[in-house]
Design a protein around this ligand. Structure first.
Ligand SMILES: Cc1cc2nc3c(=O)[nH]c(=O)nc-3n(C[C@H](O)[C@H](O)[C@H](O)COP(=O)(O)OP(=O)(O)OC[C@H]3O[C@@H](n4cnc5c(N)ncnc54)[C@H](O)[C@@H]3O)c2cc1C
Length: 371
């Protein structure tokens, strides 16, 4: 079995297959990196002084019987024959799971790279920490350049954490913060969460402007597609997302991502599944959903080997933790596919929920990396 990508989805899949099937099947997990890190660590790097080294979990610790982890760059994918070509050779599987996540298209927003700071990649988050530390007065714009984008609450978290940071340094009164998004509300699937965030923004003097997509950045201003212009001294950007080029070139995408059957995560090609951010699966782009999808696919693959019953449909459920500032964390419990309507139940921010978020990360570290 061939698993492409050892992120949230690939790691969970590899762990489940190894746990259930051991050496009964050969699982090959291919990733170009030598380590994994949680997406939310980017905020810790920007606002809590975390170093890249301190948040990386080396794949060498994820080694387990039955799974071969290859550090290789995937150069092409042939879904029909379930074969990939990498910078080190060719690999073929009876089943193939595409879990390559979403990439960023910086060129889609001219000027973003030059005049702004994208904070959605690890290198971008590390670089953004400098301008954030030096920002003492003027206008900070947190701008989302396209939708869909990973972890919908993250730009709101960034705005609140920036406000906290400026307050800590005693310069908040000299700074203005505006958050802009193509979406009309901060977290559309959960009106309760959006309302709580809007209250928090109001209390801290953060301006939220929905329905805005940046067309381009100039040295000191962002120009939106509808002609709106906002001057900035600091621009923290969420770049437009797209599937990795290698996935697009494989011919399996539609409207930018890999369409799958929401219940089974099967693509239209026999024996090929897609999970996580690379797929259009009826759920937001977040690690918890990649992980849930991986469990369903693992169930199908295990049933194929063992001849047992296939798992029930993917329910699209997951809980996301949201930094609300002042060290408090809120939680939204999303259920997109199991009932007649999508729901997003909000749990108010508290210090106690911080322990739960810590436990969320620690439990994955223990499960995937044996820590
Ligand atoms: C600021 C921020 C905060 C976030 N907070 C949260 C949160 O609190 N909770 C949450 O659930 N999610 C959060 N997320 C989102 C989460 O990080 C992603 O949704 C999740 O990682 C997606 O999992 P995935 O398995 O689909 O892809 P990924 O985890 O991105 O894994 C894809 C893997 O594929 C590999 N790859 C890609 N192309 C190639 C290639 N050509 N060759 C070889 N390997 C390749 C990559 O190296 C990577 O390891 C956050 C994201 C950001 C940016």
């Amino acid at each position: 079995m061939l698993v492409l990508g050892a992120g949230f989805g690939g790691l969970e899949l590899g762990t489940m297959l190894a746990g259930e099937l051991g050496d009964e099947v050969e699982v090959t997990l291919v990733d170009r990196n030598d380590s994994f890190a949680f997406g939310y660590s980017k905020l810790d790097m920007m606002f809590r002084g975390a170093s890249l080294d301190s948040v990386q979990l080396p794949y060498s610790h994820a080694a387990r019987s039955g799974v071969t982890l290859l550090r290789e760059e995937i150069l092409s994918i042939d879904p029909g024959s379930r074969t990939v070509t990498t910078d080190a050779g060719t690999h073929q599987g009876d089943a193939m799971v595409i879990a390559l996540g979403a990439d960023y298209d910086l060129d889609a927003t001219p000027g973003l790279d030059e005049f702004g700071n994208e904070f959605y990649s690890f290198s971008g988050a590390r670089e953004a920490a400098g301008p954030i530390a030096e920002f003492n007065s003027g206008h900070a714009v947190i701008g989302v350049c396209g939708a869909p984008f990973k972890c919908p609450p993250a730009p709101s978290e960034c705005s609140l954490m920036l406000s906290d940071e400026l307050t800590r340094r005693g310069v908040r009164d000299q700074c203005e913060i505006t958050l802009t998004m193509p979406l009309d509300t901060p977290v559309p699937p959960s009106p309760e969460t959006s309302a709580a965030l809007m209250d928090e923004f109001e209390a801290r003097g953060i301006t939220f402007r929905g329905g805005l997509r940046p067309a381009r950045l100039e040295p000191d201003r962002v120009i939106y597609q509808d002609g709106t212009e906002l001057p900035f001294d600091l621009f923290l950007g969420v770049p437009r997302h797209r599937a990795p080029q290698v996935v697009i070139e494989s011919g399996i995408t539609e409207d930018g991502y890999v369409p799958v059957d929401f219940a089974t995560l099967k693509t239209r090609v026999d024996g090929v599944y897609a999970i996580g951010d690379v797929a259009t699966a009826g759920v937001p782009k977040a690690g918890v959903f990649a992980e849930g999808a991986a469990r369903v696919v693992a169930g199908h693959l295990i049933a194929q080997v063992r001849g047992g019953e296939a798992p029930g449909p993917y329910e699209g459920k997951g809980s996301c933790y949201i930094e609300f500032g002042e060290d408090r964390i809120a939680r939204v419990d999303i259920d997109f596919l199991s009932g007649p309507e999508r729901t997003g139940v909000f749990n108010a921010p508290s210090i106690a929920l911080r322990d739960e978020k810590t436990e969320f990360g620690a439990s994955r570290e223990a499960r995937w990396f044996g820590r």
